[in-house]
Design a protein around this ligand. Structure first.
Ligand code: NAD
Ligand code: IPM
Ligand code: MN
Length: 348
């Protein structure tokens, strides 16, 4: 039996519950298709930080490098550990170190889920740049605490970074409806975003079969609400993509449905799969988190690992579950009940 070795990092809050659900579904679907999944669980979290002073042990990145993929829940417990410490100590360094530059986030309604919009037939694939831009971590503060204080956060956009994410978007569009939306704020940000527009135009010449439209981020936010069916692949920078994908989650029924894959397209290091949502401290430890987003992320991991049949099995099970009304109404069904229904619908 072929075996995939997975690093499982449940993290904080509801990350723990939804990751357990996703793991059970992935393992069962994999086994049904002749693939074994061997999970190594890491309890790296804000609890770890409080106990040891680190979100992950020294050498944590090198430990992860040996795995075929990483399945992550959520990181952050702001009441006890500042987000600037927890996210920069665990989630963000993994994306960067493993050059997971393409963050893929699908937004569509599962059957039986009624989003807040009249539109039902949208199918958007957001491609978020995941390693640079507004998340470069460059900057600083001077005259801290005084009236003269200045804080600078510099966005860094490299030709390598911009070109590879746009190219990734064009390739995805080619496999879908051949429409690419490139999102910037080049009417206000004259260096980085003008550069992004130029690279978009250069690549458009190479991908003449793809219909490219440039949008400003503000107009795109409105379009995702007013005319989501007009969109196919949407490519955006790190921060803009972050914001648009919570909006995408909202129109697909809520954060409990939004999946994501942090992909290293060159396969030079493991990719990481996690829901778009965070640790949701407001509902943590109550057994009511929706595990669909985590399970869908698990399906994306199966696809990435070459287990397409198992991935289709999981997606079909998710769809059968919501179509039967289970997990379709946010807040109604418990995590365990939804997970049990999905496991039951795997057809094994
Ligand atoms: P959040 O996504 O955790 O929660 C936002 C709202 O959505 C909350 O009301 C929550 O109850 C709800 N929600 C989220 N996921 C849900 C689910 N699966 N089922 C039902 N309801 C769900 O965002 P936040 O409150 O801004 O952040 C909480 C913590 O998580 C912070 O520390 C933040 O930095 C962190 N965070 C981490 C990640 C990640 O690890 N990828 C992503 C986002 C936020
Ligand atoms: C996400 C999250 C993270 C991000 C935070 C927690 C740093 O919001 O994965 O969408 O902004 O990338
Ligand atoms: Mn986010």
């Amino acid at each position: 039996m072929r075996t995939h070795r997975i690093a499982v990092i449940p993290g904080d809050g509801i990350g723990v519950d939804v990751t357990r659900a996703a793991w059970e579904v992935v393992a069962k679907a994999g086994a049904a298709e002749g693939a074994g999944f061997e999970g190594t669980w890491f309890d790296w979290s804000c609890e770890t930080y409080l106990a040891t002073g680190r979100m992950m042990p020294e050498g944590g990145i090198e430990t992860l490098r040996g795995f075929d993929a990483i399945l992550l829940g959520a990181v952050g417990w702001p009441a006890k550990v500042p987000d600037s410490v927890s996210l920069h100590g665990l989630l963000l360094p993994i994306r960067k170190a493993f050059v997971q530059y393409a963050n893929i986030r699908p937004h569509r309604l599962l059957p039986g889920v009624s989003g807040p919009l009249k539109a039902q037939n949208f199918d958007i694939l957001c491609i978020r740049e995941n390693t640079e831009g507004e998340y470069s971590g460059a900057g600083g503060r001077v005259h801290q605490g005084t009236r003269d204080e200045v804080a600078v956060e510099t966005s860094i956009f490299t030709r390598t970074g911009v070109e590879r994410i746009l190219r990734f978007g064009f390739e995805q569009a080619r496999m879908r409806r051949k429409k690419l939306a490139s999102v910037t704020k080049s009417n206000a940000q004259k260096y980085s975003m003008t550069f992004w527009d130029e690279v978009t135009d250069q690549l458009a010449g190479e991908y003449s079969d793809v219909d490219v439209t440039r949008y400003h981020i503000d107009a795109m936010a409105a379009r995702m609400v007013i005319a989501p069916e007009s969109l196919d692949v949407v490519v955006a920078s790190n921060l803009f993509g972050d914001i648009l994908t919570d909006l995408g989650a909202a129109i697909q029924g809520g954060l409990g449905f939004a999946a994501s894959a942090n992909i290293n397209p060159d396969r030079s290091a493991p990719s990481m799969f996690e829901p778009v949502h965070g640790s949701a401290p407001d509902i943590a430890h109550q057994g009511i988190a929706n595990p669909m987003a985590a399970i869908w992320s698990g399906a994306m991991m199966l696809e990435h690992l070459g287990e397409g049949a198992a991935a289709s099995r999981v997606m079909a099970a998710l769809e059968a579950t919501t179509a039967a009304g289970i997990g379709a109404t946010p807040g109604r069904d418990r995590t365990d009940a939804i997970t049990k229904a999905v496991l039951g619908n795997l057809g094994v």
